[in-house]
Design a binder for this molecule. Sequence first.
Ligand code: B16
Ligand code: MG
Length: 218
Amino acid sequence: MDKVGIIFDLDGVIVDTAKYHYLAWKKLAKSLGIDFDEHMNEQLKGVSRVKSLEKILSWGNQTLDEDTFKNCLYSKNEDYLNYIKELNEDEILPGVLEVLNYLRDKGVPFALGSASKNARTILKATGIMDWFEAIVDGNDVSIAKPDPQVFLIAADKLGIEPSKCVVFEDSVAGIQAANAADMLSVGIGDQEVLKEADYIFNDFTEIELKFIESIILK
Ligand code: B16
Ligand code: MG
């Protein structure tokens, strides 16, 4: 049997930082006079910072000059960093540590595959950075999800064939990226939103260890 590798998305999968991205984007959109709701936010999950701002501007039929665009990115990130400045291990989502500990016990390697340029800050703050065999984040990729690049680099760093990797994701773009990488996709969140995933759970507390066992033995 070939070895299996697991790749975890970060925001919305390991930690509930997706809500802070939402609040920071909402504030920025408001400052530009653009309405922004949770349905729009769903389309930004897993999407890079630059692409997210481009989408918000297109929804508001607006364009910005280069400097203002950069200032908006900066101020959104400052707000986001402000929200996460007191982040600690208590914000790891329920059920996640049980799964990570199980994988560690079984010697199954796992990697991070996140679009966020703040991923390392978050992993450090939550104390689980060293648990990951490989970390691939927004600083390492040139093409954002739904392109499979982030997960393919993670598989390569783990030294495991893409078809033997399993991805846990909360975003539509991330599920599409995992599917495009020929990986098994596990959606964490709403059934309707993540319908392209191979398996879907509301959250990690719904995932039984026998499911994890079944995917690592596949
Ligand atoms: P940053 P993930 C993604 O992280 C978020 O889902 C998305 O909302 C965010 O815009 C993107 O990271 C970039 O984040 O501004 O911190 O670089 O879900 O792929 O872990
Ligand atoms: Mg995510």
